[in-house]
Design a protein around this ligand. Sequence first.
Ligand SMILES: Cc1ncc(COP(=O)(O)O)c(C=O)c1O
Length: 424
Amino acid sequence: MESTPGLSGFRRLGGELHCGEVPLEELARRYGTPLYVYDLALVGENVRRFRTAFSGVPFTLAYSVKANGNLSVLNRLASLGTGADIVSAGELHRCLQAGIRPRDIYFAGVGKRPEEVERALEAGIGAFHVESAHELEVLAKVAEEKDLRAPLAIRVNPDIHSPTFHEYTRTGHAASKFGVPASEALELYRRANEHEHLAVRGVDVHIGSQIMDPDPYMEAWRTVRGLLRLLRDEGMKLEYVDLGGGFGVGYRGEPGLDLDFLAEALVPQVQAEGLELILEPGRSVVGEAGVLVVQVLHVKRSGGTVFVVADGGMTELLRPSHYGGFHAVEPVVKRDHRPVEPVDLVGPICESGDFLARDRELAVPEPGELLAVRTAGAYGFSMASNYNARRRPAEVVVDGTRVHLARPRESYSDLVRGETLPDW
Ligand SMILES: Cc1ncc(COP(=O)(O)O)c(C=O)c1O
């Protein structure tokens, strides 16, 4: 049997699913389950896809760290020379540890604390992506106190209703908390341009996540271009346009967003404006490059449903229960003579909303068998939690035949680290 048709990476050889040259079963035996496995070669391939598509303009890939902040993944990206899109000082710390150049780091997010701004400013990041008038004031104040100049772009909200699979993954409409309406952005740019401790560098926009259609990006670009021209008319010098991330991947094996098609429309226009293009992909760099391997604990039938109870669930991979995210599921080792039935793959967590897949036609596995939850490299471990006092899983990276335990499974002492009892 092939692995899920259309999904790249993780080939099936002799009935066994492999990451690179390594059988997943061997990794599960060595490191236990639930287990995240990432294919670094595929991460590199995805970076190259972006670079090839957008080679017609000066281009920076600012990888969105929130998708997967594992240090080994970030370090591979650093060695490929990518930058980063971050949303916290914690993500900044990870990037610096992994060797990403500070000047290629862009700091977005609606709620940056002054101390986070200070850290990023001292690190010498590429720019702050400012999301409100008050944030601009805070940035100016911190920069003044440090006697530094804070580089920035305003994150513009283009009021686009981007078609994503769930309302939680839409960010570009006027009623979302993100960004500043284009009509207000002009005034913020004026203020920033006049301030001696602020340096305007570009314009930023991010319209949502898991977008399959290039059109909303072009719509966002047109809004940005209109603003750019107004800013240039006022004598402001802009270096870059950042069109954010959100490029969709095919969770069901269908093709993801067509980057070449988008680039064909976008590149000549960005080129004509003489700008550098920054994109902030997360999911499309690491999504297909990761799987979550879980072990089946029990199979039970109740109320007409077949429940396959695995040792991993919403604490390891929140996407299905949080916003209905779909992940293909397949056996790690293909076995014959299993009846195919609709099943619910659920975890051991004490929540009815704890599931990895619902109503899925699956060869009903037996306890002890391993299942691979595909396309789990993005927003998998990075959204994992300790709910139910569960230890977060191990993460392994693979490159061809090479294997590295990038993060061990948490220990029981990790679960209580730093906690103390009152002395009264
Ligand atoms: C500002 C910003 N940039 C980039 C991304 C990355 O999105 P994706 O992983 O879908 O490419 C996000 C995700 O929410 C984001 O908020």
